[in-house]
Ligand binder design. Structure first.
Ligand SMILES: NC(=O)C1=CN([C@@H]2O[C@H](COP(=O)(O)OP(=O)(O)OC[C@H]3O[C@@H](n4cnc5c(N)ncnc54)[C@H](O)[C@@H]3O)[C@@H](O)[C@H]2O)C=CC1
Ligand SMILES: CC(=O)C(=O)O
Length: 317
């Protein structure tokens, strides 16, 4: 570990809905002992930091403050949530041009001060911006990741939990591919109490309607749109997803999470960032797991990759 890095320090760039709620989740869950908030709008960062700090007596000791890029020089983890968010009716990919422009300014500002931390991208479209961050930061691939489908996998488990009447912590399943419209539910590996989901149904004996699994994966895919239509933006669940990833890094957990990272020929996909189940520890990406997918799932994953690749080509990264 680089001597200048504080292993318990986190920088959050972008103190909007996602950034401020992420800082709150980190604080409440005791992840990190120093958190710096950086935003183009300095008053917003300062106001959020003050509001969070005033809860200090209820949580583990943590120093939260608003700062500038110099302040992330010793951060172990730099979480990027800055940029435009979807408006009702917009897709994540509609944000490409605007947020690519923002990232081309933010990433050099980070690497000017910090070359040894881990970069965690949350801004959408998260897979494309994770790849862009890898390309322009010059960081090794293991230290550039995106929140990817960690949120979608949690939505999947929570909907299955409700449907099957089993605690979400006992429902295991992954959404892979794009964090977006082409994402892929991995039903073949989804299990409850170690039992593949199709085999769990006769044990459960609940009278589910036909196609209930398809309904669940469609709900996961459309959740972001539905919430944005109803309340304007999403931030609670993604903040918990980001806090979970941060914990895996700061506590060197070797946790399996579906983060987005550089594809190195997995299922034939390379030179772009996408989500697959991945071991995460204090080095960032330890290992991407090429689990046995069904033929249809592997094809859907490759189609998801192609869908994003077309958008990356247009960007000329
Ligand atoms: N990956 C995921 O699962 C999710 C990603 N998101 C994405 O997160 C991003 C942020 O969403 P919200 O927080 O809701 O938006 P927001 O509009 O509430 O906050 C964005 C913040 O970024 C700041 N900002 C803009 N340009 C900046 C720059 N150059 N440097 C520093 N700060 C800058 C703004 O001042 C603002 O405070 C969006 O792209 C959204 O789509 C949102 C939910 C889930
Ligand atoms: C906005 C977004 O990416 C989500 O809630 O899934």
């Amino acid at each position: 570990m680089n001597k200048n890095i504080n292993p318990n320090k986190i920088a959050v760039i972008g103190a909007g809905g996602v950034g401020a709620t992420t800082a709150y989740a980190l604080m409440v869950q005791g992840v990190g002992s120093e958190i710096v908030l950086i935003d183009l709008n300095k008053d917003k960062a300062e106001g959020e930091a003050m509001d969070l700090r005033h809860g200090a007596s209820f949580v583990n000791p943590v120093d939260i403050y608003a700062g500038d890029y110099e302040d992330l020089a010793d951060a172990k983890l730099i979480i990027i949530t800055a940029g435009a968010a979807q408006k009702p009716g917009e897709t994540r990919l509609d944000l490409i041009k605007k947020n690519t422009g923002i990232f081309k300014k933010i990433i050099p500002s980070i690497t000017k001060y910090n070359k040894d931390g881990i970069l965690l991208v949350v801004t959408n479209p998260v897979d494309i911006l994770t790849y862009l961050t890898y390309k322009i930061s010059d960081f090794p691939a293991n230290r550039v990741l995106g929140s990817g489908t960690v949120l979608d996998s949690s939505r999947f488990r929570s909907l299955l939990s409700k449907n099957c009447g089993v605690a979400a912590s006992n429902v295991h399943g992954y959404i892979i591919g794009e964090h977006g419209d082409s994402e892929v539910p991995v039903w073949s590996l989804t299990n409850i109490a170690g039992t593949q989901i199709d085999n769990y149904c006769p044990i459960c004996k609940k009278d589910c309607k036909d196609n209930h699994f398809k309904d669940i994966s469609d709900q996961v895919k459309n959740a972001g749109y539905e919430i944005i239509d109803k309340k304007g933006s999403t931030f609670y669940a993604v903040a918990l997803a980001v806090s979970r990833i941060a914990r895996a890094i700061l506590r060197d957990e070797n946790a399996v999470l579906t983060v987005s990272s550089l594809m190195k020929g997995y299922y034939g996909v390379e030179d772009m960032s996408l989500s697959l189940p991945t071991l995460i520890n204090s080095n960032g990406i330890k290992n991407v797991l090429e689990l046995p997918l069904s033929e249809a799932e592997e094809k859907a994953f490759k189609d998801s990759a192609q869908h994003l690749k077309d958008n990356i080509t247009e960007l000329d990264i």
